[in-house]
Design a protein around this ligand. Structure first.
Ligand code: HXC
Length: 515
């Protein structure tokens, strides 16, 4: 008869066996690939000793082609819950040492269970992805059940996908359906079809890194929101992101106390914006100077750099920042910028994060390339997202804003912005001075002896007489004209006055955002 002591010993042995995943040799190979194991990753992500595992002894479905007689406990994915900075998260980590972290039926069930619990308990869902995709031996894929839950969880709990190895084929769509994607240089790979298939089908030659590495997805495709040098930095960065987010859409974002005075005025802002409207400046400097402890956590830093998005805190409360970057395309809106901002605005709105816009935007990027690729329908996404957002929203015009971009950048209160402020040096008008002067004074310019001189004079006149903050204030377009150094106290007071804002909109199943 087996004694209780022996039963406990069996539990210990089996637990250790499960913890070994694919075994010491495959763990060594994983390390040789420059990658950590699933459990090492969880140790870095979660507060020490807080991981509570489920389904540790689940084994893969019997497969006709299994080359290994031994059982792989856990079926290639480690799942459970834990704490990050004391806050609960549900998490799954694919174990590449077990059949390449491939997704079989039980593996998929384990992930789905974690996602269900995340949704039911209002906890963020974090996936650590390192997988050869659908398990070849098991035939039909099971990704559908994960995609379904990604969609279910969308807008209820934050979903974070951290790519720490291959993620290819249809498997890419779970990260793509989540809110934030992290990648690591030289380690993460995401693509629909691999280099080999591409070569066979189109003849195009591309390396795996060029096709689906962290760099390409964080700068060109926009798939990845964050790219880091190593796994450790990546997991740290994910924790920082979580520190800004509420655990679910019914909770307010976490409050972080600060010693940064709420009435801090910032003299450096007075000289940041050049007198010459054509001269660029770095909007990130402005954002940094305004926010608590001068910290700005940028999202999608390398993609569509003409618009800046990210999180920061004002008086301890999380805010979402959307800002034009005058250094890139003079801060014009284009297709990628519109899509990037639209998605961020919707995330902030879904999770009750107030929005602040810093605006310096001459308009939409002109040209056939933008028109042919659909700036109209893509620009509409951003407009839709702003119009839809009911969280407190404040816009500050730092330099210029004209015409349609007044709605596009939510300077206009007609698109639901709560408060709009401008700096005294800002230019704000229905049209840019150059374009406006050409139209209003066309005849006068054409008939003049020196048309160019008259044109210049009219532009100057328009700039001084019409495109001023005072005209905008007289028309009621803006609520306040503030000194640059006052941006921080102004924003803090204004958000304080908007706290608890509720806006009832007509009920509907869902809108039809022009995707
Ligand atoms: C079963 C797999 C596997 C898979 C890898 N392995 N992918 N087992 N199903 N899909 C196993 C290998 O047999 C090997 O087992 C171990 O994982 C490590 O694989 P290696 O090839 O040695 O590693 P590496 O050289 O790093 O290459 C990793 C890889 C490559 C790039 C992921 O293994 C690969 O290309 N795998 C196939 C990818 C694939 O075609 N997947 C199906 C995609 S279709 P041992 O026992 O030696 O350790 C798909 C559809 C989704 O995902 C549909 C959703 C809608």
């Amino acid at each position: 008869m087996v004694t209780n002591k022996e039963k406990i010993e069996l539990l210990k042995t089996r637990t250790e066996e499960a913890r070994q995943g694919g075994g010491p040799k495959r763990i060594q190979k994983q390390h040789e690939r420059g990658k950590l194991t699933a459990r090492e990753r969880l140790d870095l992500l979660l507060d020490p000793g807080t991981f509570s595992e489920g389904g540790m002894f689940i084994v893969p479905q019997d497969t006709a082609f299994s080359k290994d007689a031994r059982k792989f406990y856990g079926d290639g994915v480690v799942t459970g819950s834990g704490l990050v900075d004391g806050r609960r998260v549900y998490v799954f980590a694919q174990d590449f040492t077990v059949m390449g972290g491939s997704l079989g039926e039980k593996h998929a069930h384990k992930i789905c269970r974690v996602m269900d619990k995340g949704i039911q308990t209002g906890s963020p869902i974090i996936g650590l992805i390192d997988s050869g995709g659908a398990r070849i031996q098991e035939g039909l894929g099971h990704y559908g059940s994960i995609f379904f839950r990604n969609t279910l969880a969308s807008g209820i709990v934050p979903q974070i996908s951290i790519i720490l190895g291959p993620c290819a084929g249809g498997a890419v769509y779970s990260p793509a359906l989540s809110d934030f994607v992290f990648m690591v240089d030289g380690v993460s790979r995401m693509h629909i079809t691999g280099p080999q298939v591409i070569k066979e089908v189109t003849g195009e030659r591309v390396t795996p890194e060029e096709l689906g590495g962290a760099k390409v997805h964080s700068t060109r495709s926009g798939v990845a929101h964050f790219a880091t040098e190593g796994e450790k930095e990546c997991l740290e960065l994910a924790k920082t992101l979580l520190s800004y987010l509420p655990s679910n859409s019914n909770e307010p974002p976490p409050y972080k106390s600060t010693d940064d005075p709420i009435d801090r005025t910032e003299e450096a802002l007075e000289s940041l914006i050049p007198e010459n409207p054509r001269k660029a400046y770095d909007m990130k400097t402005l954002i940094g100077l305004v926010m608590d402890d001068q910290i700005f956590f940028e999202v999608q830093e390398g993609f569509a750099r003409n618009i800046i998005i990210g999180f920061a805190r004002l008086n301890g409360y999380t805010v979402g920042v959307i800002a034009n970057q005058p250094r890139v395309f003079a801060g014009c809106l284009d297709i990628n910028a519109s899509v990037k901002a639209a998605r961020f605005i919707r995330f902030c709105d879904a999770f009750g994060i107030p929005i602040v816009n810093f605006v310096d935007c001459p308009g939409y990027l002109p040209g056939t390339q933008q028109e042919y690729e659909g700036i109209i329908r893509h620009g509409a996404k951003m407009l839709y997202a702003y119009c839809e957002a009911t969280v407190p929203r404040i816009s500050v015009v730092t330099r210029k804003i004209y015409g349609g971009a007044m709605s596009g950048m939510a300077v206009s209160k007609l698109v639901g912005t709560d408060v709009t402020a401008v700096l005294p040096s800002a230019e704000i008008a229905i049209m840019g001075p150059e374009g406006a002067a050409n139209i209003i004074f066309r005849e006068e310019i054409q008939k003049a002896d020196d048309p160019e001189a008259v044109r210049e004079e009219k532009i100057r006149l328009y700039r001084e007489q019409f495109a001023t903050p005072y005209v905008a204030a007289e028309k009621g377009w803006v609520d306040a004209i503030i000194e640059p150094k006052e941006i921080r106290p102004f924003l803090i007071t204004s958000f304080e006055r908007l706290r608890g804002k509720k806006e009832i909109r007509p009920k509907k199943k869902h809108g039809t955002i022009p995707l």
